[in-house]
Design a protein around this ligand. Sequence first.
Ligand code: HEM
Length: 363
Amino acid sequence: MQKAMYYRDYLQLDKILTAQAPESCQPGNEPAHDEMLFIIIHQAYELWFKQILFELDYVCGVFNKPAIDDNAEDLNLVRHRLNRIIRILELLNQQVGILETMTPLDFLEFRNLLTPSSGFQSLQFRLLEARLGLQMDERHQKDYYKRTNEGGFDQPDYSTINKTEATPALLQLVNNWLERMPFFDPAFWNDYTPKNTSPTPYFFWNDYRSIYQSGLTERETSRIDDFDAVFFGKPSTHTAAQTAPIAPAFSAEAMRAALFIMLYRDFPMFQASYQVLDSLIEIDHLMANWRHKHLVMVRRMIGMRVGTGNTSGAGYLEGALSKHYVFRDLSSLSTFLIERKKLPRLPVALIRKLSYPPTAAEG
Ligand code: HEM
């Protein structure tokens, strides 16, 4: 007969609840009351990072399939699990408030005992960033990662980050999924009469481009160059520094599909795809929110001192905050929207494709 399950054993509480060993309580040190909170809050973060990584693995697995039926359970489950990640990230944002009940003086009681470790060395956090699509080359102060004895990673962890980066991240997988969108198949566009036939070979987008351009104010006229760069891959006329904020990680083809989904999101077939894109923007947003809350908390806690992990502290965190957006291409799509009422009418064949198939009763 199967042994009755016992709560403590099922959750392996013997391991979890004996894993808090404040350094300040070691012989020879002065016990610091707040170190317990400091340890538990980090451990709670790590457990949630684990759950986020678990959900991300599932999501990447779906996008890794050669074909995804946008109208079947796959995409719905992706949407559901991305939403779970969002809820967890909201919670992680709130947890900063608990840590803020510790004062800078309370922290000073045990801070020196931590050196040179810090949250910088959170492998799971780095894997989360990498699974989303952040590459080592794009990381702020990437040299810090290799400084094994000065707050960076040890060799096994560093190589785990590199290995994870070498597998397709969500960013690439979503790019590939968008590129496969079949909506520009000429079969759907036979009864579309373009108003503009240049400057690109894409009839619908020429019309869209012309409407977009006519809505730009005098100060925004150069946005049309950005439009051509982002959606048609034309070399930008801007300097490298000016284009940096919108230099796309997505291909022009994927960006056209993403914009098309944003524009026509009210069609039933686009609902799930739109929500997936919106969730990715939200995840980026919540990650940035967390980085910001953490930064403000760090400024309050250690002022302008260097971090225990040997970075410049708040200065480093500010750099990471501004650089480590992964889905900024998707959020930048709002730059290129036009008013709903000005949207080109889609051809009937495409509208049929975008609507749910008629039920048997409707014939
Ligand atoms: C008293 C509270 C905290 C202070 C003063 C603090 C301070 C810092 C500092 C100064 C850094 C930069 C690396 C360094 O030089 O040390 C850092 C990085 C980091 N910390 Fe904290 N931290 C605190 C709490 C937390 C908590 C609760 C977490 C949750 C896991 C966390 C996660 C991280 C992460 C992930 C990084 C890397 C951020 C990035 O590279 O974008 N920290 N922290």
